[in-house]
Design a binder for this molecule. Structure first.
Ligand code: NAD
Length: 329
């Protein structure tokens, strides 16, 4: 049986990436919608052939419990709403995919994991790169020490924010933070999956060149992470620079991805030679894998715990920005 997916929040990522990707999935399909905008319900129902009985709003969402067409609820809302809708979905008996960053902080992540466990439902975070072949090659090279031990990682991710100054992404209460939460999370992930280790401490600094625009959230953040194996790992995130790379030096050479974190096609090199790996529709691979996990009642390779690990690092980076000191993770 193909699993039915309901998208919650029909904004940029749902409309531009997830819904189109669901036309290329084999194990799941777009079965339902949850939206606060009646006109979107009408337009999407027509475009994707969704029956009226599978369309909900944020108020009547809990009635999804009685809908056998929906197996998986995919939360694609502003970050401050991830926890509430993950818990409501689990209570309604649905398996949950939740977008990154998982929640406002690590404490919320723990509540989400506990709620899904209690409801005996699977929880997975939208870490599409774990299903992406360039990224999988980087994991293999780094974690299996194919070119010797990793000695340094330099990584950065960001874009120049030119959007609406009133958008939720610029509000601390809704986004939890700025470039670090939205983009830095990939650079943190990249360091963790290259090494296959968990960082133990972090020191961070920040820079604001447009304080009038980034009133509530961070613009550019720089950090250094301490890993148990001793690799020197530096990262940065930004809402004011177009970054997206992962450069790795090992005992016997180097490898890199650039671009490293987007979904418009990644590219990589090993000792300066092109990796020559094909690109795929990351979101289709990610959602198909979760549908298989649901069918087999098997934990995803990117469960809630993976989101929690990143949010523990993010929390420590914000603590370090406040204290000016190294903070334990
Ligand atoms: P968006 O602003 O385009 O969409 C958010 C949706 O939430 C909108 O449809 C909006 O109407 C709805 N919404 C409901 N209540 C709202 C409220 N109170 N305020 C504002 N909007 C409200 O955002 P997006 O870019 O689609 O991001 C949504 C989530 O997806 C975020 O967690 C983001 O980090 C994530 N995302 C992930 C990727 C990825 O590559 N994995 C890419 C883009 C976005």
């Amino acid at each position: 049986k193909k699993m039915g997916v309901a998208l919650v929040g029909l904004g940029y990522y749902s409309s531009g990436q997830l819904a189109p990707a669901l036309l290329h999935t084999n194990n799941c399909y777009l079965a339902g919608l949850v939206t606060g905008t009646p006109q979107k319900a009408v337009d999407w129902a027509k475009k994707y052939n969704i029956p009226q009985k599978n369309i909900y709003n944020y108020q009547n969402f809990d009635e999804i419990a009685n809908n056998p067409d929906i197996d998986i609820v995919y939360i694609v809302l502003p970050v401050s709403m991830h926890k509430e809708f993950t818990i409501r979905a689990a209570k309604a008996g649905k398996h949950v995919l939740c977008e990154k960053p998982m929640a406002l902080n690590a404490a919320e992540c723990r509540d989400m994991i506990a709620a899904c466990r209690k409801a005996n439902r699977l929880l997975s975070i939208g870490y599409r790169l774990h299903f992406e072949p360039h990224t999988q090659e980087v994991m293999r090279l780094g974690q299996k020490k194919v070119m010797g031990k990793v000695t340094t990682i330099e990584t950065g991710n960001g874009f120049t924010y030119g959007g609406d100054p009133n958008a939720w992404r610029l509000k601390k209460a809704m986004a939890g933070g700025g470039g670090l939460m939205d983009m830095g999370i990939y650079a943190i992930q990249g360091s963790r999956y290259t090494l296959g280790e968990e960082p133990v401490a972090v020191k961070a600094t920040q820079e604001k060149t447009r304080p009038d625009f980034f009133k509530e959230v961070d613009e550019t953040v720089f950090w250094e992470l301490k890993f148990p194996g001793g690799a020197k790992v530096t990262g940065k995130s930004s809402y004011n620079n177009n970054w997206g790379y992962l450069h790795v030096t090992t005992e016997n050479g180097n490898f890199e991805l650039d671009p490293a974190f987007g979904y418009g096609g990644l590219d990589g090199k090993i000792n300066g030679n092109p990796m020559k790996i094909p690109n795929i529709i990351q979101q289709a691979a990610q959602m198909d894998d979760f549908a298989t996990c649901v069918a087999l009642n098997k934990q995803s390779r990117v469960p809630g715990e993976e989101g929690l690990k990143d949010m523990r690092v993010v929390d420590a980076i914000y603590r370090s920005l406040d204290s000016g000191k190294w903070e334990n993770i």
